[in-house]
Design a protein around this ligand. Structure first.
Ligand SMILES: Cc1cc2nc3c(=O)[nH]c(=O)nc-3n(C[C@H](O)[C@H](O)[C@H](O)COP(=O)(O)O)c2cc1C
Length: 199
């Protein structure tokens, strides 16, 4: 038996991963070594624009999202692609070592990429922590909290008479009476069976 559902109970946080030219929301972040030179890993989907950018850059930033983060920041960085929209046009950032850091965060970590591992769906980028700071004392948001509250966080609206289908994995919303036959979530690629109907 391989009940993959249990992997969803691995506790993770909520971050905006940025590098030169783009960024996206990630939860697949771990500290994999500590001591004087902590190592941080982040798994980035191969079809994300941010993945291509990370292959061209040497440094990334992780902005840690707090419990009071604006849900619009999550939709901008997590539910749309820099291929289609300029994610930075309505978001306040400041530069650290040339990388944009999200102001609406509780702190940041700047990492220099020291290793990459190509896996089936994601590339694992391992970075050496080179600079970091705490911005405020808000509590970090967990991925589990996001999953439980994503409808109110993302303020999913259904116009009168319009049906919304919400991806239970990432929160992407499809508007329409029925999901197309071979529909896959454009953000996280899961099938239509993982969408929940909201009328
Ligand atoms: C809550 C949440 C968690 C996510 N976690 C990850 C993750 O760990 N790794 C990843 O590659 N994408 C993750 N995503 C998906 C990307 O943020 C999303 O595909 C984004 O639109 C990619 O943008 P880009 O094409 O500009 O890189 C997550 C999205 C959400 C909403």
């Amino acid at each position: 038996m391989k009940n993959k559902k249990i992997t969803r109970s691995i506790t993770q946080g909520m971050y905006v991963l940025t590098t030169n030219g783009g960024g996206c929301v990630v939860d697949a972040v771990s500290q994999i070594s500590s001591g004087d030179n902590p190592l941080i890993s982040v798994a980035v989907m191969k079809n994300n624009y941010t993945n291509a950018l990370l292959h061209e850059n040497t440094t990334f930033a992780l902005s840690v999202l707090g419990m009071n983060v604006d849900g619009d920041l999550i939709s901008t960085f997590g539910l749309s692609s820099m291929r289609d929209v300029d994610k930075f046009s309505n978001v306040d950032t400041f530069d650290v070592m040339g990388i944009p850091v999200i102001k609406d965060s509780i702190g940041y970590m700047i990492c220099e990429i020291v290793e990459k591992q190509e896996n089936e769906t994601h590339t694992l980028f391992i970075g050496k922590l080179v600079e970091a700071d705490v911005i405020n004392e808000d509590k970090p948001m967990s991925y589990g909290y996001y999953q439980e509250h994503k409808e109110e966080l993302l303020k999913t609206k259904t116009e009168k008479g319009e049906t919304a289908w919400i991806c239970t994995v990432c929160g992407y919303v499809y508007y329409g009476e029925e999901l197309p036959e071979d529909f896959k979530c454009p953000i996280c690629q899961v099938g239509k069976e993982l969408f929940k109907k909201k009328e």
